[in-house]
Design a protein around this ligand. Structure first.
Ligand SMILES: [Zn+2]
Length: 273
């Protein structure tokens, strides 16, 4: 591999045969990397995780690393929110990176699907890809509208998944906290996917009219499980989720948010009563 020449390490790479084709470029790239390395005599080799400043490895950081630069740090953090099970965060992370096995993504991977098989199972009108299924689809749009009404929120729904995430994480998040905003986005998306899978695999496993009830019940259970001292009832959660979410924050935090929103005139478009 190499020898010490005084205090300087000199690489001596030996190859069994000459490099061909792409290997030449790879060898060049390797030499470039090795050229920047300064080995120190007497220091033992060790593993270091490059995506962390102190070099320590954590599973959560490993999940975040591939999305660095694609999902901004802020959204990445809230997707791994403590209010939902990790399987739901993982699902949300795949959704925001467009890594879910939608029919369009399956086709992109080379699995041949006929034109009619690519259609969205909810509306049967458009090709099923993530931005359609989780945002533009008129059936999904109706569900999002019901959820917005539940949170007493008026807004124009964007036509991309990231835009929908932003509405919940940032717009709703300004009132009830980003973590809660992310939680609602994740729960609704989770049930949209569950609904879609029911139609694809079981043919009508989910009753459409019960989806909002299921979203309300599941989010209530998850939050109650994860946060100590939640004093609100399921009925209160159904009737006034904003008040319930604010009750989870300390009085000081809630007051700070309220004053901030009042200053921005945000309360004019948001009725958190
Ligand atoms: Zn559709």
């Amino acid at each position: 591999m190499g020898v010490w020449e005084g205090d300087k390490w000199s690489w001596k790479l030996e190859w069994r045969r000459g490099r061909i084709g792409r290997e030449k470029d790879e060898e060049e790239a390797l030499w470039e990397k090795l050229g920047n390395l300064q080995l120190k005599k007497g220091v033992e080799d060790h593993w270091r995780w490059l995506h962390d400043s102190d070099g320590s490895y954590m599973v959560k950081k490993a999940y975040l690393a591939p999305s660095e630069g694609i999902l901004e740090e802020q959204l990445c953090k809230v997707i791994w929110c403590r209010l939902v099970p990790s399987k739901v965060s993982f699902f949300g992370w795949r959704l925001c990176l467009d890594k879910l096995p939608t029919k369009w993504n399956i086709r992109k991977r080379g699995v041949l699907l006929q034109e009619e098989e690519l259609m969205c199972v909810l509306c049967h009108n458009m090709i099923e890809e993530a931005n359609h299924l989780f945002s533009m689809c008129k059936e999904a749009w109706i569900l999002w509208t019901e959820v917005l009404q539940w949170w007493n929120m008026k807004t124009v729904m964007p036509n991309i998944v990231r835009g929908v995430a932003d509405i919940f994480v940032y717009n709703l998040g300004r009132v009830v906290g980003k973590e809660m905003g992310a939680c609602i986005f994740l729960v609704v998306s989770w049930y949209l996917w569950y609904w879609r899978n029911g139609k694809v695999f079981d043919n009508e496993a989910v009753i459409r009219g019960r989806l909002l009830d299921m979203i309300q019940a599941k989010s209530f259970l998850w939050i109650k499980n994860k946060v100590n001292g939640c004093a609100f009832s399921f009925n209160e959660w159904k009737v006034n989720p904003v008040a319930c979410a604010l009750s989870m924050r300390s009085h000081k935090q809630a007051m700070k948010l309220f004053l901030k929103q009042q200053k921005k005139g945000y309360t004019a478009e948001w009725n958190a009563s």
